[in-house]
Design a protein around this ligand. Structure first.
Ligand SMILES: NC(=O)c1ccc[n+]([C@@H]2O[C@H](COP(=O)([O-])OP(=O)(O)OC[C@H]3O[C@@H](n4cnc5c(N)ncnc54)[C@H](O)[C@@H]3O)[C@@H](O)[C@H]2O)c1
Ligand SMILES: [Zn+2]
Length: 386
């Protein structure tokens, strides 16, 4: 087992847990969990979906059993549409029927959907029981499993019902990404480009360089290559470190915090992304793919407002394209997209704000009201028209 540990130190309450990143870690996840939880291994609810459990469930379950845990498997449906109240209720009932107590543990094995739902269930069952995450998508490893946001979707929007609930540990095994479908790899890398764009030139260059050297779609074969594994691990660790740092400074996304240290900067590329997802009924684009378009749009808008030089817009576009092929959006009506921007108002004082760039790695929060309508529309037409 080769891995590195990224500590997450939090202020409220003062606490610390580890994110362990490496490869071939699943076999040892039972010992990892036992060491982290310090008490005698008790019962665990292993929450996953059928697909992921089919791939990695036996390895994880056997490792937990060998370490002395009693494991009950709770499978939820696959996909965003199952991240809802009904699945939450079924999951909580599962914990209740098994008479889980506060000394028992919930383990999420899967992508952001499983992690967000299991984390939310763990946070409200008996007012909070121990929670571990084993993320299996790129997005979950660098983004959703870091930072303690948990949620379900509801009739009035995505992720609006949830909690801040930090896990007691996260175990990210890069080898699990070998089975990830191509589009999910692209989607995860788009979120990585987003983090690079707001995180600083170093993180951006590292991400851009990695994507230039390794076409992400070939990653599957390369996972057997030690050199590739090391570089991939470095990249993931750099992204996790960046997100950990942001979260440490703004654990609960304070409303009044609108500077560069705010967690809000992680919404770069997300206003257009949310609109594209909404107008296509959350079915056509993966969230990360929509973020890919959102990055290029925010870059173009930043250029039109005199904030970002042309060569940096080109760098951002090039890197987004290196993540893989994004589904065409040329059939979408820019006017309808424009009309849905208003739903993304939660950012600052209930008025729409854009996360733009003053340069790569230099995000700013910019009021929508200060952007001429024509500037927004022409940028939108350019991005949608391709
Ligand atoms: N909590 C946060 O801070 C945060 C941040 C970003 C996104 N999110 C949430 O994360 C969710 C998206 O997460 P996601 O992109 O991981 O999607 P996902 O969980 O739906 O996983 C994508 C698909 O890949 C499959 N899969 C997962 N791991 C696999 C593997 N190793 N091999 C093969 N298939 C695998 C899943 O079954 C699913 O079909 C959204 O609900 C979003 O709102 C949360
Ligand atoms: Zn996102």
């Amino acid at each position: 087992m080769k891995s590195r540990i990224i500590p997450v130190k939090l202020q409220r309450p003062i606490s610390e847990y580890e994110i362990r990143v490496g490869h071939d870690l699943l076999d040892g996840c039972g010992e990892w969990a036992k060491n982290l939880l310090s008490e005698k291994p008790g019962r665990t609810a292993l929450v996953s979906n059928r697909k992921i459990f089919g791939l990695y469930g036996d390895t994880v379950k056997n490792s937990l059993v060998n370490a002395g845990f009693q494991v009950s498997v709770c499978l939820i449906g696959d996909g965003e549409k199952h991240k809802n109240f009904q699945t939450l209720r079924q999951t909580l009932e599962f914990f209740g029927e098994k008479r889980f107590s506060r000394s028992d543990t919930v383990i999420a094995l899967g992508g952001g959907v499983v992690g967000d739902l299991a984390g939310f269930a763990a946070s409200i069952y008996l007012r909070g029981i121990t929670f571990l995450q084993i993320p299996t998508t790129l997005l979950a490893m660098i983004d959703s499993s870091v930072g303690g946001k948990t949620a379900v979707n509801s009739g009035f929007g995505k992720n609006l019902i949830g909690s801040f609930y930090q896990p007691n540990g996260v175990l990210a095994d890069i080898k699990t990404l070998g089975t990830l479908p191509k589009r999910e790899v692209t989607a995860g890398f788009c979120e990585a480009v987003k983090q690079g764009a707001v995180g600083g030139e170093k993180l951006f260059d590292l991400t851009a360089g990695f994507l230039e050297k390794y076409q992400p779609l070939d990653n599957r074969k390369r996972l057997a290559d030690q050199g590739f594994l090391n570089e991939f691990e470095n990249l993931l660790a750099a992204h996790i470190n960046f997100k950990v740092e942001i979260v440490r400074n703004d654990e609960r996304e304070a409303v009044e915090n609108t500077d560069k240290s705010s967690r809000k900067i992680l919404n770069f590329g997300h206003t257009l992304a949310h609109s594209l997802e909404k107008v296509t009924d959350y079915r056509y684009l993966k969230h990360g793919e929509a973020v890919g378009y959102g990055i290029m749009f925010a870059a173009l808008l930043s250029k039109k407002l005199g904030l970002l030089p042309e060569n940096q817009v080109k760098s951002l576009n090039d890197v987004v394209h290196r993540t893989g092929k994004l589904p065409s959006i040329s059939h979408i009506d820019p006017e309808i997209v424009f009309d849905t921007f208003k739903y993304d108002k939660k950012l600052v004082n209930d008025s729409l704000h854009w996360i733009l760039l003053n340069g790569i790695g230099k995000p700013i929060i910019f009021p929508h009201a200060n952007i001429p309508h024509l500037t927004l529309m022409t940028a939108l037409e350019e991005i949608i028209g391709g």
